[in-house]
Design a protein around this ligand. Structure first.
Ligand SMILES: [Zn+2]
Length: 72
């Protein structure tokens, strides 16, 4: 039996720590992706539409209703 600082961690267990410096770019990246997806689900229609036509809007239409965005 070896002594460790944390009694919950026994011998042979590996404590994994990810430094904030390494994980921060991924948080920003995933956050940006989430915002882009949110834009396409919520606002890609009518006056705020980037792409012409309603193909993208129709493609995401069920998700729109599932997330209770106002639609029609
Ligand atoms: Zn709708």
């Amino acid at each position: 039996m070896t002594h460790t600082a944390n009694p919950a961690i026994g011998a042979g267990d590996i404590e994994i720590r990810i430094p904030l410096k390494e994980i921060l770019p991924w948080i920003v990246f995933v956050g940006l992706l989430a915002l882009i997806v949110l834009y396409f689900v919520s606002s890609e229609q009518g006056a705020t539409s980037v792409f012409s036509g309603s193909y993208i809007h129709e493609f995401l239409h069920d998700g729109r209703h599932l997330l209770a965005f106002p639609c029609h």
